[in-house]
Design a protein around this ligand. Structure first.
Ligand code: UD1
Length: 311
């Protein structure tokens, strides 16, 4: 049984990661300031004896330091972040505080308290808009948003710390994650969360463009499993890997699944493509398989079915 600190514990990916760690018998200390995370996401975890929760802001020096100082910690899973690419465009300074400075503070907590493992929520956004598909880890990194830039800078910071101070860092480059608890609040939220909310309300969805654009959609259950492996499996070395399925799914395919479940909802409307929208995104899953023994197991159809049934 390990003790793991999870920052952003009340968030979409954080809360699923916490649930999976607890189910595997680990002890978890979760940190969140509820900026975008929700207490309701932790309802299951808070009822379990292995879970402790600290309400705090990881951009404040001392919060993680204090938590890591309370006893031996086997891993930090750092998921707390400004999660919206669009918000990073509007507020780059806030983005660098949450998505880079907080990484530095978390890395320092790992160094000072000799935490042997560090798992970081990186993103496919570090690659930018590449036409060279599927995206390999060695591809050129050309972020096109403050969000992507901060994630890339955080990777460099962490891998430098890992090499200098002798702990293991795994940078998890998530592709398009979907599943229960994803927040559909903004027009820039993940498309599946937006579609789910609208179909539930009996409202038709809007497809930007012809719907033939594709993404590498990965279930949050697979992402949480990848985090648990990276944090707890023995014999893992530092590095970065795509956390993706390697499969392309079009928006038309996604809509088809929703339409089967909601036959009475009107057909989607089409609107102009979003400026800057990329047509296709897909990653190579081989590096995660080699480094972590991880492969996605939940198909988009299965994951969507679970989401739609209320999961
Ligand atoms: C991701 C980011 C987005 C950012 C973009 C930059 C997430 C959830 N989104 O977008 O903030 O600007 O990278 O490259 O991380 N769509 C619809 N109807 C909707 C909503 C979306 O058709 O109601 C379309 C989009 O135009 C896009 C596709 O669905 O073609 C997927 O959108 P989204 O879930 O935002 O993911 P990314 O495009 O990868």
């Amino acid at each position: 049984m390990a003790h793991i600190i999870v920052t952003g514990a009340a968030g979409f990916i954080g809360s699923h990661t916490v649930d999976r760690l607890l189910a595997a018998g680990h002890r978890v200390t979760g940190i969140d300031n509820f900026r975008t995370g929700r207490r309701a996401n932790l309802a299951g975890a808070l009822a379990r004896p292995g879970f402790a929760f600290v309400e705090g802001d990881v951009t404040e020096a001392g919060v993680l330091h204090r938590v890591a100082g309370t006893g031996p910690t086997d891993a930090i899973i750092h998921l707390a972040a400004l999660v919206s690419v669009q918000e990073s465009m509007n507020h780059p300074g806030l983005n660098y505080s949450l998505n880079l400075h907080a990484t530095h503070l978390a890395a320092e907590a790992a160094r000072l308290h000799r935490v042997p493992r560090f798992v970081f929520a990186s993103s496919a956004a570090i690659y930018g808009d590449t036409a060279d598909l599927p995206i390999r880890e060695a591809a050129e990194k050309k972020p096109i948003s403050p969000y992507g830039a901060a994630k890339l800078a955080s990777e460099a910071l962490l891998l430098g710390h890992a090499a200098a101070y002798g702990f293991v860092v795994r940078c998890q480059r998530y592709f398009n994650v979907f599943g229960p608890r994803q927040d559909p609040a903004s027009p820039y939220s993940g498309v599946i969360s937006i579609f789910d909310r609208r179909y539930r309300a009996g409202q038709s969805v809007t497809i930007y463009g012809d719907g033939r654009q594709t993404r590498d959609f990965i279930s949050v259950h697979d992402v949480a499993r990848a985090n648990v492996i990276a944090a707890t499996q023995p014999g893992i070395a530092s590095g970065a890997a795509n956390i993706c399925t390697g499969r392309a799914t079009s928006l038309l395919d996604v809509v088809k699944v929703f339409a089967q479940h909601y036959p009475h909802v009107a057909a989607p409307a089409h609107a102009e493509s979003r400026p800057g929208d990329i047509l296709h995104s897909r990653g190579t899953p081989e590096a995660a398989a080699a480094a972590l023994g991880f492969g996605a197991e939940v198909s988009v159809e299965t994951g969507l079915g679970e989401l739609i049934r209320g999961g």
